[in-house]
Design a protein around this ligand. Structure first.
Ligand SMILES: [Zn+2]
Length: 119
């Protein structure tokens, strides 16, 4: 096994370089993640609305089962601001804005998905 005393200065230097590279990659990935331009709202897999992330606004969706979702768009991000589902998981997912990010409400079968216009 590797004892701590076996790590010499060169190893430490190497470890530091590896760590910095990993941190840099993470940072780069964050920067290169595509920002979404619109969000779709789906219920039971069917799209019921498409919201532009460029326009600030609050949208209220009432499901067949009587569930209500208040969806807020602000600063290019979207979130489920209020919902009357029992688990509140969709509300706790908070702001999303990168392409492919989703906020899901299982009890009401609502899916908010951030997407990017092609071209
Ligand atoms: Zn919910």
């Amino acid at each position: 096994m590797f004892g701590y005393d076996k790590i010499n200065k060169r190893d430490l230097c190497l470890i530091a370089v590896v760590f910095l590279t990993a941190a840099g990659l993470l940072f780069f990935r964050r920067l290169s993640a595509e920002k979404g331009t619109f969000a779709t709202v789906e219920q039971d897999g069917r799209q019921i609305a498409q919201l532009s992330l460029a326009e600030e606004g609050t949208y209220v969706f009432v499901c067949r089962e009587g569930g209500t979702h208040v969806i807020r768009v602000q600063d290019g991000l979207v979130r489920v601001e209020e919902a009357d589902c029992p688990d509140q998981i969709c509300v706790r997912q908070s702001w999303i804005g990168q392409e492919g990010e989703t906020a899901v409400c299982l009890p009401h079968r609502i899916l908010v998905r951030v997407q990017k216009e092609s071209g």
